[in-house]
Design a protein around this ligand. Structure first.
Ligand code: PGA
Length: 261
């Protein structure tokens, strides 16, 4: 593992040998944060992500729960996003994803799980988004936010064009995002047109952020997210000035960084 630090962009970038190594590192970091709060008798507010990227992190957290007794009783979770409209029972909903990949296998209290709805009526969306935002605030904000990154630079479903001060809202999905989802939805026409997502500001208000990127398909966007001036075309670029962010990459996702630094 090597740390790449640059003078112009002084950030925490860890390049791991593999996705597995990166995932174990992130799982350990999350477990340590959970345990540190437990020792103080406090809850922890975790911001959670879906997609392929965090799957091995969740697998390791489940292993830690089963084999090492890591408890999730003090965890309050907020997921980044959900397709809209999409029923929670749909096999590709993020509600289902989180149940299958993590929640069904650990001891988290169901009432502590928060995921944006995929089913509220269009007229009720704004109120839902405002109360999602307010609930995070009322709990003192997100302690640790886990992020992947889309090939178009989205974080959550903050698609290109999302501004730094954006909050939880309904958004139209970008063509790259829908294209990337078209295989699992078995056709572009079945991919929802919209989603509800935490905003860029909702994310950047988190006390700590860990962004993971694995595979060569993420190399170009990681270069842009880290090295180019912050701009709404690449929403992940807004993370550059966050006071506590760790970028965890595998070698492939870091290919273009190594060339430029
Ligand atoms: P992926 O998606 O983890 O499936 O690559 C990441 C994202 O879109 O945020």
């Amino acid at each position: 593992m090597e740390d790449i630090q640059t003078a112009s962009t002084p950030k925490n970038i860890t390049v791991c040998n593999s996705r597995e190594e990166g995932s174990l590192k992130v799982a350990e970091l999350i477990a340590n944060e959970i345990k540190a709060k437990q020792e103080k008798g406090e809850n922890i507010v975790l911001g959670l992500a879906t997609g392929n990227t965090p799957k091995d992190v969740y697998k390791e957290l489940i292993r830690m729960h089963k084999e090492e007794g890591l408890s999730f009783k003090n965890v309050i979770s907020f997921n980044l996003d959900e397709y809209h409209p999409l029923a929670p029972e749909h096999h590709l909903s993020y509600h289902r994803f989180m149940d299958e990949q993590l929640f069904n296998h650990v001891d988290i209290n169901r009432e502590n799980i928060n995921i944006p709805t995929g089913i509220c009526k269009v007229d009720d969306v704004e109120e839902h988004c405002n109360s999602y935002e307010a609930k995070i605030e009322s709990l003192g904000g997100i302690d640790l936010q886990l992020l992947g990154i889309g090939r178009n630079g989205h974080i959550g479903f903050n698609e290109p064009g999302s501004e730094a001060n954006s909050k939880t809202r309904k958004i139209e999905l970008h063509e790259v995002t829908r294209g990337d989802a078209s295989n699992e939805f078995e056709g572009l026409e079945h991919v929802p047109l919209h989603a509800i997502t935490m905003g860029v500001e909702t994310i950047t208000k988190a006390k700590k952020i860990v962004l993971m990127a694995f595979g060569k398909g993420k190399a170009e966007i990681m270069k842009q997210a880290i090295s180019e001036p912050m701009n709404s075309k690449v929403p992940a670029s807004y993370l550059q000035t966050h006071r506590s962010i760790d970028y965890i990459l595998d070698k492939e996702a870091a290919t273009l960084l190594s060339q430029t630094h």
